[in-house]
Design a protein around this ligand. Structure first.
Ligand code: KG4
Ligand code: ZN
Length: 336
């Protein structure tokens, strides 16, 4: 059984075809980095207009490779995200559903990230199963979940202020790097030393994160140093502080939940090369089976939306609500 999925929650336009085993037949993505870069961040109206431009061309490409007869289900991201962007994906996918008389599901973007460790393709295979702990680190979320089984996710920790990706993006702007900031901080940091000291919310017990103190201290420090001269080391030091907090929380998490031997680190920030190295060493040291999907499934993609849809459809446990929302729906996650 194959699903065709569309993801347009933020600024990446994505189309994918996936089967019920998580095998990704096709994953297309068109970013809008150049469109938003001059503004230092995403301009929502520009994002939705460009989804309208890109989505039909990606669907054309998809239908050149696969016929609609092979597709049993359609899916789109219905929340959370930018309202205009979500609506482009929703209207387009629902039109295809009417036209070809195929069932359609609206999927939560975060649930897509949570289930992304199940995706595989010709170049990447990893066996994965429930239950596991999932850290979703993206532009809008830094959430830790106990993932018991399909649709049974308990939120056990989250950021009290900024998300990790948001912190990276804001810092990038402070030091004059282009959008999307996280990617450029990662690249720039590879040439620097961790010679500046940034605070890590070490004393905070429990599994909640906080990045606002770090952001403020970066802002203050940058007023005193020659940013151009020290950009590489500033990026390395800031990145180290973000990653140290994440690693502290993962460490605390496996002590609080010792029965879990599988941990997934997912979402756009999990593409960070320094975080990936630290996680890999940490998992080996603690005998943790770590899912760190390849970059194409860390950042936004439609394959994770398709896989989530097909699992929900086959289990019979899904919402028929096709409305879009900028926010979560409380019943999407048990425990929120
Ligand atoms: O999951 P995602 O693609 O979109 C959201 O759901 O938000 O995550 C986007 C976030 C952005 O904040 C971006 O700067 C960050 O992921 N990101 C990175 C890297 N690649 C993307 N942050 C740090 N290092 C990277 N290599
Ligand atoms: Zn995302």
């Amino acid at each position: 059984m194959k699903v065709l999925a569309v993801e347009t929650s933020c600024d990446d336009t994505c189309v994918s075809v996936v089967d019920e085993n998580g095998f990704v037949d096709l994953s297309l993505r068109q970013d809008q980095d150049e469109i938003h870069s001059p503004f230092g961040g995403i301009v929502p109206e520009r994002a939705s207009r460009n989804h309208s431009r890109h989505l039909l061309s990606l669907l054309d490409q998809a239908f050149n490779k696969i016929s609609i007869e092979e597709i049993s289900l359609l899916a789109f991201t219905s929340r959370p995200g930018l309202m205009g962007s979500l609506l482009v994906g929703s209207v387009t996918t629902r039109t295809l559903s009417e036209l070809y008389e195929k069932p359609v599901l609206g999927i939560n973007h975060i649930e897509g990230h949570i289930l992304s460790p199940f995706l595989w393709d010709k170049e990447y295979q990893k066996k994965w199963s429930f239950p596991y702990l999932a850290l979703v680190v993206s532009g809008g979320h830094t959430h830790l979940f106990e993932v018991q089984s399909l649709s049974k996710y308990i939120l056990i920790g989250k950021t009290l202020d900024d998300a990790a990706g948001e912190a990276f993006d804001k810092f990038a702007r402070f030091v004059g790097l282009p959008y999307p900031g996280g990617v450029y901080v990662d690249k720039t940091a590879q040439k620097g030393e961790c010679s500046f000291s940034f605070p890590v919310a070490m004393d905070r017990k429990g599994l909640d994160f906080s990045f606002s103190g770090l952001k403020t201290s970066a802002h203050l420090l940058l007023q005193k140093v020659d940013v151009k001269k020290h950009r590489e080391s500033l990026c390395a030091s800031f990145q180290d502080a973000v990653v140290r907090q994440i690693m502290n929380k993962l460490e605390e998490c496996i002590h609080l939940y010792p029965d879990y031997k599988r941990v997934a680190v997912v979402g756009g920030v999990s593409a960070n090369s320094y975080l990936r190295k630290k996680c890999t060493v940490w998992a080996e040291k603690n005998s943790i089976d770590l899912a760190l999907p390849p970059l194409r499934y860390c950042t936004d993609n439609a394959a994770m939306i398709g896989y989530t849809a097909i699992q929900k459809y086959l289990s019979g446990n899904f919402s028929k609500d096709l409305s879009c929302s900028a926010n979560h729906r409380a019943e999407d996650f048990i425990g929120i």
